[in-house]
Design a binder for this molecule. Structure first.
Ligand code: WT7
Length: 648
C-alpha cells in the first residue's frame, strides 16, 4: 500500500461498538485477554481442552530448540474424530454439517452422521489403496463435499494431505507433487466454473506423468465430462469408496504428527511447503473460530467463501468449523454465476448468520452496485469477517452497511498460511472496531511492530509486523528444508517471527496492516512471487530477461506488471504480448497472468546486478522516479520511460 493511502487510513476516525445483544452473550469477553496475559501457556492448555484427546497432554509448549516448537507433545488425538465422530456421539448426528450448493444449482445437505459414514468409507478406501500413516496425498479438487471428505479421510489415517488449488496449472501441481513426494492424488473429472464444466483431470494426467511415485489417482465424478484413463493407476471414487465399510476405527496420533502441507509462493522461485501438525493446529483453529466469529453451533449458519485450496479453506471451512460442530454452506462456484446476486441469494436461502470473505470480493460486489444485495433478505447475518489483504475503509463500511445492514460487527482477521490460524482480529462482542484495521492480537497471541533494528516502535509509528512468542498453530517447518524455515522467518529479527508484512501502530496501539514488504505480490488475496512470474516469462523462447513488479491496483490490491527484454531477433510483433501473458498463465495459473507486459531495451540494475524493482514500480504506478544513484546506468530509466509514453 502506498504512503498516501496509509496516511488516509490513519485518518480513519469512525468507531463501531459491538451490538449490545451480541456483547451480552458473546462466546469470549474481555476477560480472555486478562487471563491469557496472566498465564499465556495456561490459557492455551485450557483451549486444548476444547478437543477430545485420546491421551491428554501434560506439557503445553516445548520451546527448547527454537524456532522448532512442540505443542502438547505428549498428547494424542485424531483430528477426524474431533471434527466428526464426537459430534455424532454427543447426539448431534442429525445436525447438518454441510449445505452444499453447486454452481449449476444442485444442492444437498449432509448431516454429521452422514459425514461420519462418508469419511469412514473414504478412509477405508485410502487404506485399500495402500496409503499408510505418514504417506502424502495430493488433493486437486473443485469445491465439493468430497474434497472435505478426502481431507478428513487423510487426517483420519494420519496421511498428510497437500491440497493444491484447482486453478493451478499442471506445472504447479507437478512441482508440488514432487516436493511432497505424494503417493496418491485425489481429484475430480472437473468442477463447474462460470456456468460450464472446467476440467481438472487433464492437468493431473500431465503432472502425474512427470512424477515418479504416484501410484493411484482417485477420481470423483462431478461434471461427467470425458476423461482420459490410465488403467491400473486411475480409480473412480464411486467404484472404490462406495463399496467400503461404513465404519472405521480412528487411531490417535501424537500431537506433533504432520496434518498437512500447503504450498505458498516464496520470493525465490521454489514454493514453500508449509507444514502444520495436529494438536496445536486444531486447538487454535477451533478456539479462534469460536472466538472471532462467536459461533453458536446450535443456531448459526456459517459460510466462508474461500477455496479449500487456500489456508482459509483448511482452517475456516474444514478444521475450525467442523471441530466446533458448525453448520456451514459450501459453494462451488463464482459470486456472479449465473447473476451478480448469487452469494446473497445463498445467504437468504440458508439464513446464513456468519459470513467470511476477502476484500477483493467485497470490492467486486461494490462495483456491481448497491442494488444487487438490496434485492435479498440478509437479515440473518450477525457477524461479517474479512481476510487475505488489508481492507480499505470504504470497502469495510460498504460491507457493514450493504451486507450487514449497518448492524453487524466486521472482523478484519490478519493471519497467514504460516500462522495456520487467525492471529490479529477484533472480537465481535468486545472490540470497538475501526474500519481498515485488524487492531489487536487475539488472547494468547503476542505480536508487535518493530523498526529496522528490531526495536518496538512507539504508538503512532510504522515498521515490520513480528510475532514475539510461539503460538499453537504455527508452521513447524518448511517441508524438507529446516534451514529455509530459519532463514525465511526467524533470521531477520533475532528470536522473533517476521511475517513479511509492514504494519503501523496507531495512537491507541492498534495494528494496521500495510501489505507485504518483500517481493511477493498480493493479487486478489493471493500471494504471487515476482520471481516465479519472471522465471515463467524467461522460460519463453522470445524472452531474454524479465522484471516483474506489483503495481497498486484499486481492484486487485496489486496488479502484475512485467518488463521484458526480448531476445535478439525477436520482433515486437502484434500478439506477442498476448502470447507471453498466456504463457505465464499456463505455467503458473491464470491468477499469475500479468496485467501489462512492456517490452524494453534494458532493465535498471544495481552494480551488484540486482534489478531495481522499486524504480520499475514507480514507472508502473505513473510516479515520479525515486533515487536512481545506485544504478549502473542512469540513462536506462530514461529509455524505459521514453519507450512508454502511456506509463510515464
Ligand atoms: C498474507 C498471507 C490468511 C489467509 C489468506 C492469505 C495478507 C492476510 C490480512 C488482513 C492485511 C492480510 C498479509 C499476509 N493478509 N490477511 N486481514 N489484513 N493483510 O494467506 O496467502 O498466506 O497470505 O496475506 O500480507 O502476510 P496467505
Amino acid at each position: 500500500m502506498s504512503n498516501e493511502s496509509l496516511a488516509n487510513l490513519l485518518k480513519e476516525e469512525r468507531r463501531f461498538e459491538p451490538p449490545a445483544e451480541l456483547a451480552a452473550h458473546a462466546n469470549v469477553t474481555a476477560e480472555a485477554y486478562e487471563q491469557a496475559r496472566a498465564d499465556r501457556l495456561g490459557f492455551w492448555a485450557e483451549q486444548a481442552r476444547r478437543l477430545s484427546w485420546a491421551t491428554e497432554p501434560t506439557e503445553t509448549l516445548d520451546w527448547s530448540n527454537p524456532p522448532f516448537a512442540k505443542w502438547f507433545e505428549d498428547g494424542a488425538l485424531n483430528v477426524a474424530y474431533n471434527c466428526v465422530d464426537r459430534h455424532v456421539e454427543a447426539g448431534l448426528g442429525d445436525r447438518v454439517a454441510i449445505h452444499f450448493e453447486g454452481e449449476p444449482g444442485d444442492s444437498r445437505s449432509i448431516t454429521y452422521a452422514e459425514l461420519q459414514r462418508d469419511v469412514a468409507k473414504a478412509a477405508n478406501a485410502l487404506v485399500e489403496l495402500g496409503v499408510q500413516t505418514g504417506d502424502r496425498v495430493a488433493v486437486y479438487m473443485p469445491m465439493i463435499p468430497e474434497t472435505v471428505v478426502a481431507m478428513l479421510a487423510c487426517a483420519r489415517i494420519g496421511a498428510p494431505h497437500s491440497v493444491v488449488f484447482g486453478g493451478f496449472s499442471a506445472d504447479a501441481l507437478a512441482t508440488r507433487i514432487a516436493d511432497a513426494d505424494a503417493r496418491v492424488v485425489i481429484t475430480a473429472d472437473g468442477g463447474y466454473r462460470r456456468g460450464k464444466p472446467s476440467a481438472l483431470k487433464p492437468a493431473v494426467d500431465e503432472a502425474v506423468e512427470r512424477s515418479e511415485h504416484v501410484r493411484n489417482v482417485l477420481v470423483v465424478r462431478r461434471t461427467g465430462q470425458e476423461v482420459a484413463w490410465t488403467e491400473g493407476r486411475d480409480v473412480w471414487w464411486h467404484d472404490v469408496v462406495d463399496r467400503q465399510e461404513e465404519t472405521h476405527t480412528p487411531e490417535a496420533f501424537p500431537a506433533e504428527h504432520p496434518l498437512f502441507i500447503l504450498y505458498t509462493s516464496g520470493t525465490t522461485g521454489k514454493p514453500k511447503g508449509i507444514l502444520h501438525t495436529t494438536g496445536g493446529y486444531l486447538t487454535q483453529v477451533s478456539y479462534t473460530h469460536h472466538a472471532v466469529f462467536d459461533l453458536k453451533p446450535e443456531s448459526d449458519v456459517y459460510w466462508c467463501t474461500a477455496d479449500v485450496g487456500w489456508v482459509t479453506g483448511h482452517s475456516y471451512i474444514v478444521y475450525g468449523p467442523l471441530s466446533n460442530g458448525a453448520t456451514q454452506v459450501l459453494y462451488e462456484g463464482t459470486p456472479d454465476t449465473p447473476h451478480q446476486g448469487r452469494w446473497w441469494e445463498i445467504v437468504q436461502k440458508y439464513r446464513v448468520s456468519i459470513f467470511y470473505t476477502a476484500p477483493t470480493a467485497i470490492r467486486a460486489c461494490m462495483k456491481w452496485g448497491d442494488a444487487v444485495p438490496a434485492k435479498f433478505d440478509l437479515s440473518s447475518l450477525r457477524v461479517l469477517g474479512s481476510v487475505g489483504e488489508p481492507i480499505n475503509p470504504e470497502a469495510w463500511i460498504w460491507y457493514r452497511e450493504h451486507i450487514g445492514g449497518g448492524r453487524t460487527p466486521v472482523v478484519d482477521t490478519w493471519w497467514q498460511t504460516e500462522t495456520g490460524g487467525i492471529m490479529i482480529s477484533p472480537l465481535p462482542g468486545v472490540t470497538s472496531t475501526k474500519p481498515g484495521s485488524a487492531q489487536v492480537p487475539l488472547p494468547g497471541i503476542a505480536a508487535t511492530v518493530v523498526d529496522d533494528e528490531a526495536r518496538e516502535v512507539p504508538d503512532g509509528s510504522g515498521g515490520y509486523l513480528v510475532l514475539t512468542e510461539p503460538w499453537p498453530s504455527m508452521l513447524r517447518t518448511i517441508w524438507g528444508d529446516d534451514q529455509r524455515y530459519r532463514d525465511t522467518y526467524w533470521s531477520r529479527f533475532e528470536g522473533r517471527y517476521f511475517a513479511g508484512d509492514g504494519a503501523k501502530k496507531d495512537d491507541d496501539g492498534d495494528i494496521w496492516l500495510l501489505g507485504r514488504v518483500d517481493d511477493v505480490m498480493l493479487v486478489s488475496g493471493h500471494n504471487i512471487s515476482t520471481t516465479e512470474v519472471e522465471s515463467a516469462l524467461v522460460s519463453h523462447p522470445k524472452v531474454a530477461e524479465a522484471a516483474v513488479v506489483g503495481a497498486t491496483d484499486p481492484q486487485t490490491t496489486q496488479a502484475i506488471v512485467a518488463f521484458v527484454i526480448l531476445r535478439g531477433g525477436a520482433e515486437e510483433a502484434d500478439g506477442l504480448v498476448e502470447e507471453l501473458r498466456a504463457h505465464v498463465a499456463k505455467a503458473l495459473g491464470p491468477i499469475a497472468k500479468p496485467k501489462r507486459i512492456l517490452p524494453v531495451a534494458e532493465l535498471p540494475k544495481t552494480r551488484s546486478g540486482k534489478i531495481m524493482r522499486r524504480l520499475l514500480r514507480d514507472v508502473a504506478e505513473n510516479r515520479q522516479m525515486g533515487d536512481v544513484t545506485t544504478l549502473t546506468d542512469t540513462t536506462v530509466m530514461d529509455l524505459i520511460q521514453a519507450k512508454l509514453p502511456s506509463a510515464a
